[in-house]
Design a binder for this molecule. Structure first.
Ligand SMILES: Cc1cc2nc3c(=O)[nH]c(=O)nc-3n(C[C@H](O)[C@H](O)[C@H](O)COP(=O)(O)OP(=O)(O)OC[C@H]3O[C@@H](n4cnc5c(N)ncnc54)[C@H](O)[C@@H]3O)c2cc1C
Length: 353
């Protein structure tokens, strides 16, 4: 059981800024996200596209904004829990909040900040009877686990976008698998030109086999509890069916947001968003704040800038609640206290304790 003052659910732009604002209040935070990296929509949906309406930054890409937020947050050294879905959140008799993750971790927090955006980004899964029993042993979504060795194995990467092409190309270039196949319903892939050229070269050299078709079934051996996936049944564009031998299947089918568990946590919601006040962005459950795209209030706009404002006021309110006292406003420009927290050299003329 981890005991902490603050947990931030969601490491999108607003969750990151929330953790930064908590840091300025002297509150350390645990940051949890279902994705393997920080960034929320900015990285997942438009990493390379420009944003023009962040105050003081005329233009930056989604990924650049997240890199800057991470750099800004770095002095506060948050505790990271990536690849982790918050499955349950419940108030306890002592007014603390118990969070449970799908990884089995339990956190007991005095305050929780929900910055869950449009929901947890989770991989799209293969809808095929019997497939789920191979997840984690022979079937992996989006990426192979770090350090997994595919030496001598038949690997199929299933998907048609940049992630799928990059995965197949990387495996083929490693040269450890016995065979690397890229399976998609069309011989047309969505990826940057340079990556498509690498794919073409590896195809021409016989190091990647492109298989065009749809999976219609699987062949396995052994008892149901410990069976082994042996082959995928694939139907091509002409309707002909054939079996593709497989030891490892990486399904790169994209990710989609799932509001999921959040709707069961007992907070007042309106149209799938958490209702908050505009003084402190408190939800209907004491100790739980909601910021960014996940909340709603009169006049709400789903903009990053608005989320930053919400996170700032929520941090002040939480600091006052946790300390049981008023929190005075200090400027990062002139406060010696904030300079110490930020780990920067005190400016000349800095004031305060
Ligand atoms: C194409 C596009 C362009 C945009 N352009 C702009 C723009 O120019 N300017 C602008 O201001 N806004 C823009 N936006 C909107 C902006 O991206 C969002 O307002 C912003 O991302 C909201 O940030 P957030 O941190 O609230 O949520 P998100 O970015 O959605 O991040 C939420 C995170 O929470 C995680 N999460 C959710 N539930 C759980 C759970 N139960 N457990 C663990 N993790 C969870 C998710 O995995 C996700 O990473 C754009 C949006 C899109 C789609």
């Amino acid at each position: 059981m981890i005991e902490t003052d603050a947990v931030v659910i969601g490491a999108g732009p607003v969750g990151l800024f929330q953790a930064f604002q908590l840091g300025l209040q002297g509150i350390g935070a645990h940051l949890i996200d279902a994705l393997p990296q920080a960034g929320g929509q900015c990285v997942t949906l438009y990493g390379d596209k420009p944003i023009y309406d962040i105050a003081g930054i005329p233009v930056c890409t989604g990924r650049e904004l997240i890199d800057r937020l991470l750099a800004q947050l770095a002095p506060f050294k948050p505790h990271w829990h990536l690849n982790t879905l918050v499955a349950a959140l419940a108030p306890q008799p002592d007014a603390r909040l118990l969070l449970e993750t799908d990884a089995g971790a339990r956190l007991l927090a005095r305050s929780v900040f929900i910055a869950a955006g449009v929901g947890a980004f989770v991989p799209r899964t293969l809808k095929m009877a019997g497939m789920e029993r191979f997840v984690g042993t022979q079937l992996f979504y989006q990426v192979l686990p770090a350090g997994m060795d595919v030496a001598g194995r038949q690997v199929i990467v299933h998907g048609g976008d940049e992630g799928a092409v990059a995965c197949a190309v990387e495996l083929a270039e490693q040269g450890r698998a016995a065979r690397v196949s890229l399976l998609y319903r069309r011989d047309l892939f969505q990826a940057p030109e340079a990556l498509l050229q690498r794919l073409q070269q590896l195809r021409a050299a016989g190091r990647i086999a492109v298989e065009v078709g749809q999976i219609t079934g699987i062949a396995s051996s052994g008892m149901p509890q410990c069976s082994t996936l042996r082959a995928l049944q694939v139907v091509d564009a002409q309707g002909a069916s054939h079996a593709l031998p497989v030891d490892v299947l990486v399904a790169v089918l994209g990710i989609s947001p799932r509001l999921g568990p959040l709707t069961d946590w007992g907070m007042a919601m309106a149209r799938k968003q958490l209702q908050v006040d505009t003084e402190a962005f408190r939800t209907s459950v004491p100790g739980i704040y909601a910021v960014g795209d996940i909340n709603t209030y009169p006049g709400k706009r789903r903009l990053i800038l608005c989320g930053f404002h919400e996170a700032t006021l929520a941090a002040f309110a939480a600091a006052e609640a946790l300390k049981g006292d008023k929190v005075a406003l200090q400027y990062t420009t002139t406060s010696a206290h904030l300079h110490r927290l930020l780990g920067v050299a005190p400016a000349s003329g800095a004031t305060g304790p």
